[in-house]
Design a protein around this ligand. Structure first.
Ligand SMILES: Nc1ncnc2c1ncn2[C@@H]1O[C@H](COP(=O)(O)OP(=O)(O)OP(=O)(O)O)[C@@H](O)[C@H]1O
Ligand SMILES: [Mg+2]
Length: 293
């Protein structure tokens, strides 16, 4: 067992305990958090939504899929002893690299700056999939923090997820880049439904303006349906939390942006009733392999 700045990287005994307590649960809902433009708030949204869902009693796994520029572990303030790179190079099993950040919230860290991980090869994909088979029902939600843009790996992660959360901010470039991402997802993967979160919304505004611009363009030219999930306020508390490498919800649970995130988490979990599970992590990673084949 590794102790990492208050986080526990997994041990076989703890893993066995998690597994035995999860028998009978339905497959996790895999949600990708993605964007066309970089820096719009994917990573903080992923982490804080994960914590909000966790506070509602959900078991959450965060997967850092920004393989080139991993930053979940940086925002959470820990340095993993082992990463996906160790799994891909055969030095570790996936269960060995799980980090328990807090009760109910685990993280699969990526490996920062390892260029060969940006484009996964077939063997690496196959080894990832067989590793994830063991986790079929351990979590209620798997939140996947993707890289920005329309690179292949971003598209694969989004296409394999059950729900795609597109994060935009009010800047025009963020909206046009989101449009480009949605267009490619629709053309290459026949993706039809996207949920949109508008981050960095100024005080006194609710995010519907930027969403309406994106929805108008998409509605006119693309065979997709966009759903407004809600907004996260522009909030200096978040900047402070990032600097302190501590999640916003932990540091400032009553901040404006925190309240927005709790609201979003409730909306995400409220959709559960009508859900037909897509098959959880196994399906997610099998789809990744098939897409990349
Ligand atoms: N709601 C907000 N209020 C104030 N600042 C914010 C907000 N959201 C994001 N930021 C700022 O933007 C920065 C980038 O956020 P984050 O790392 O979550 O974006 P990202 O989309 O994951 O970026 P990348 O594409 O590089 O992975 C944060 O470190 C923070 O300084
Ligand atoms: Mg990020």
């Amino acid at each position: 067992m590794y102790l990492i700045a208050g986080c526990v990287q997994n041990s076989p005994r703890r893993y066995a305990k998690i597994m035995s307590s999860s028998i009978g649960h339905k497959p996790a809902k895999v949600i990708s958090v993605t964007s066309g433009k970089g820096g719009v708030g994917k990573t903080h949204t992923t982490i804080n939504l994960g914590l909000a869902l966790c506070s509602m009693g959900k078991r959450v796994l965060l997967l850092d899929a920004d393989l080139g520029l991993a930053n979940i572990n940086i925002m959470l303030g820990f340095k993993p002893a082992a990463t996906l790179h160790d799994v891909l190079s055969g030095g570790a099993a996936i269960r060995d690299i799980l980090v328990r950040y807090t009760d109910g919230l685990d993280v699969i860290p990526a490996a920062s700056g390892i260029p060969e991980m940006v484009s996964l090869g077939e063997d690496e994909k196959a080894s990832l999939i067989s590793g994830f088979d063991e986790f079929a029902t351990d979590y209620d939600y798997v939140l996947v923090d993707t890289a920005a843009g329309i690179g292949d790996s971003v598209l694969y992660f989004n296409a394999a997820a059950e729900q795609v959360l597109v994060v935009i901010d009010p800047e025009p470039t963020s909206i046009t880049d989101a449009y480009a991402l949605i267009k490619v997802m629709a053309a290459q993967w026949s993706s039809k439904e996207f949920d949109v979160i508008v981050n960095r919304v100024p005080v006194g505004s609710d995010g519907r303006g930027p969403f309406a611009k994106l929805a108008a363009a998409a509605g006119k030219f693309l065979p997709v349906s966009l759903n407004y999930m809600g907004a996260i306020a522009e909030d200096d508390s978040l900047v402070d939390a990032v600097m302190k490498q501590t999640p916003l919800l932990k540091l400032y649970p009553n901040a404006r942006a925190s309240r927005d995130i709790y609201r979003l988490a409730k909306k995400i979990s409220a959709n559960e009733g009508s859900r037909t599970p897509k098959g959880g992590l196994q399906f997610f990673f099998r789809s990744l392999l098939e897409q990349g084949a």
